[in-house]
Every structure is written in C-alpha cells, then in structure tokens.
Design a protein around this ligand. Structure first.
Ligand code: HEM
Length: 406
C-alpha cells in the first residue's frame, strides 16, 4: 500500500479509477486531510481546483452529514452556468419545507407502482441483447434509468436519449468542453421550463391533473405550502441528473460485482432473498458518488485539525464505507455482513437520497432479469473501462460481458 500519498493528487484519473488504496493511505495518516478537487458545477482541468478538507473516517463523515447547520449544502460556488439542484443545494428551514411538499408527490407508492413497468423495460432490453460480447453499460444500465425517468415525468419516449445526454453532461462524466456543457445545461433548463409552464397553464385553465409526477408536483401541498413553477422545473431537472446518471452507475457497479464474484452470482440464482443484501453490499463497496462538498459555517475542530468558517470539506462517503473500524475486510464483498445497511452511498441525514427506493427498485429488477435469463456472466474479451473524469461517479463507462444463457 502506498504510504507517502500526496493528498493534492487525490483527484487524478488514476486515483479516480481505483480510489480505495488512496483513501486508506490518507485515513491511516489522518482521518482529515487537505486536498484539491473540482467544485460542483465545474469541469476538471478547466477551473481552479477547490481546496477542501477530506473527511475519510466513517465517524467523521456520518457526523458531518448529520450536522447540516455547521456544514452547509447551499453555499456552492458555480464555475459555469450549471443551475443549482433542488433540495440537494438547500439548507433548512427551506430544505425541510420543500422536501415536505415534494414527498407528497414523489411517494413510495408511486415508486412501487412502477415495478411492472420497470420489469417490462428490463425484459425488452434483455430480449434485445446480441449474442457474444455485450457492453452492459450501454445496453442495460444506461437506457433503463433514462427510460424510467421519461415515464415518471410523463414525457415522450423519444426524449430518452436527450435525458441521458443531459445527465451525462451535467454530472461531468462526459468528455466535453465548458461551452458544450453550458449549452447542454441551457437546453435542458429550457425544455423543463417550457414543459412545466405548459402543464401549469393547463391546470390553471381547469384541466385535470394527469397521473405523472410533474402534475403531482404542481398540485402537491403541505401545511399550505405549494411549489412554484420555478421549483417544479428545477426539481424535474434535479431528478434527471440525480436519477439517470447515478442509477446507471449503481446498476453498472452491481453487474460488475457479479462478474467479479461468480460465486455470488450462483448464490443469488439459488436464493433471491439475498438480493437486497447484495445491493447494500455493492453500494458499500462501490457507491457511485465518492464525495460531496459542504461549506463550513463556523470554526470547528475535526480529527485534530482546525477548520475555519468559510472553508470547504468533502464528505468522502466512499472512504467511510471502506473504514475497517466499521466494516472489517472492507474490500471483500460479503453477503453475511450484518451492518452493510449502514453504508453511506445514499447520503445521511436530511439530504438522504429521495430516489433511493426507485434506484433500488430499478437495480433489483435488472439483476433479477439477468439472473432469470442467464446461468453465468463472464468477463468479455475487452477489459472494463473505469470512469476517470470525476470522483463524483465511481464506476465503469464500459463493461463488456459474455452471458451464458440458462
Ligand atoms: C440525494 C434523487 C439515485 C445518491 C438526492 C436528492 C434527490 C435525489 C432529490 C436530494 C435529497 C435532499 O437533499 O433532500 C435521486 C433519484 C434517483 C437517485 C430520483 C434515482 C432514481 C441515487 C443513487 C445514488 C444517489 C443511485 C447513489 C447510490 C445520493 C446522495 C444524496 C442524494 C449521496 C445526498 C446528497 C447530499 O447529501 O448532498 N437524490 N437520487 N442517488 N442522492 Fe439520490
């Protein structure tokens, strides 16, 4: 293991491809280290990197995520015209007010009702797989969440590719210039503003709300509070960027874990009740978002370091998930781990991922579809290609596999 790790180099393509040894080296040295990275909304390599304190131990990451008063989500500096995300970039009390209204529309029941549709999409995608080597990121993991998001928001099917490309550009994992990225964000914002305006107008003219999420958000109410049109379109685009891209990578990490662990594949085929354990354990071992930033609102001491108001911290959820104090043998995928559910890949505290039930549903249906249809899933002839552009999304951009039909 590397011991003389330079924290300034944490956000390099090599480390992004496999960051866990770097986290271990840093954490062993100190649970809190200074490092440089790119702030949200900027493109690596184009903007001055942000200087942040990296929080790497489970205890510190979980405590900081819970203490949203000290560690603010609202104070992001934006390097491009990237619009701020709904909920994610709000602090309480505004966050609580918005989330209370949003959950009236984005309910567990609405998500559960999507199951037959998710299964149908999975079946169609698997039916369409060619023989031989298949890149499952392209053929399964990418189209599934984008198609689902189109359906959830009641948009025409032909928007699927656009949703996928917008999410990809916003989340920095596309190879794009700042201008191209800004252009893509503007196109996305324009689409959602217009769509929500048209919907709101129809409802204002006495139209009956449809059964999709957009109309549900427009009429949702909690304690007399409603969402403005502005908030609704911003929430729609938040769902697209937070929902399509992360879920694609979550699904890819699950399939990759199955390729890497044929014994686990066989166990899951025998006993489907192990599926949610497998999902939790994959999220622990390889959650897509590695770290998220917060701005520090008052002077604090963490892990023996003095951190001043106005400085930045990065909550390394992924490093916390590999903290050996909490998860012994952190590199081993173990279905018998009894605390895998304590993993932090969906965040922690007031910002806990609102889409977690949907992301889990999509991924479960995909894995079940694969287990139903195939007796084994072997590595393809080409190697997997890790995502190297941003620590925001640890995953593969290509995962060639060779399926064996059952
Ligand atoms: C937060 C939506 C999938 C990780 C959020 C929030 C929303 C959201 C709206 C903000 C919650 C708040 O601030 O109150 C979705 C949707 C998804 C999805 C619709 C897919 C259907 C995922 C996946 C992951 C993930 C697959 C990773 C495995 C996170 C994390 C946060 C979060 C870490 C916390 C952000 C923070 O603390 O600043 N998600 N998400 N999400 N989501 Fe998701």
């Amino acid at each position: 293991m590397e011991t003389s790790f330079d924290p300034g180099r944490l956000a390099t393509p090599e480390v992004i491809a496999n960051p866990y040894p770097a986290y271990d080296a840093l954490r062993a040295d100190s649970p809190v280290s200074g490092y440089a990275d790119w702030p949200p909304g900027t493109v690596p390599g184009f903007d001055p990197p942000i200087q942040a304190w990296a929080l790497l131990s489970y205890e510190q990451v979980a405590a900081a995520a819970k203490d949203h008063q000290t560690f603010s989500s609202a104070n992001f500096q934006q390097g491009t015209d990237a619009p701020t995300l709904m909920l994610v970039n709000h602090d309480d009390p505004e966050h609580a007010k918005l989330r209370r209204v949003v959950v009236q529309a984005f309910t567990p029941r609405r998500v559960a009702e999507l199951r037959p549709h998710v299964q149908a999409v999975v079946k169609k995608l698997i039916d369409g797989l060619p023989d031989g080597d298949v890149d499952v990121v392209e053929k399964l993991c990418a189209p599934l969440p984008a198609q689902l998001m189109v359906r959830l928001l009641g948009q025409p099917d032909e928007m699927t590719d656009k949703f996928q490309r917008w999410a990809n550009a916003f989340m920095l994992s596309a190879d794009m210039s700042v201008e191209e990225r800004t252009q893509s964000n503007m196109e996305m914002v324009g689409y959602f503003m217009q769509m929500v305006d048209a919907r709101a107008k129809r409802l204002a003219e006495g139209g009956k709300p449809g059964d999709d999420l957009v109309d549900a958000l427009l009429v949702a109410e909690s304690e007399g509070a409603r969402l403005t049109r502005d908030e609704v379109w911003r929430f729609c685009f938040t769902l697209v960027v937070a929902g399509a891209e992360t879920t694609m990578y979550y699904a890819a990490n699950c399939l990759r874990a199955l390729v890497d662990n044929p014994d686990v594949f066989a166990k899951l085929r025998e006993d489907r009740t192990l599926l949610s354990r497998f999902q939790q354990e994959t999220l622990r071992m390889a959650g897509p978002p590695q770290r998220l930033f917060r701005k520090v609102m008052r002077d604090v001491e963490i892990g023996g370091k003095q951190i001043r108001a106005g400085e930045w911290v990065a909550l390394f959820f992924a490093a916390a998930n590999h903290d050996p104090k909490v998860f012994p043998e952190p590199r081993r995928l173990r279905l018998d781990r009894d605390n895998a559910g304590a993993q932090l890949s969906f965040g922690h505290g007031i910002h806990f991922c609102l889409g977690a039930p949907l992301a889990n549903l999509e991924t479960a249906c995909l894995i079940e579809g694969v287990l139903d249809r195939f007796s084994a899933m072997n590595p393809g002839s080409e190697p997997a290609e890790p995502q190297r552009a941003t620590l925001l999304q640890h995953s593969v951009t290509r995962l060639p596999v060779l399926f064996q039909r059952a």
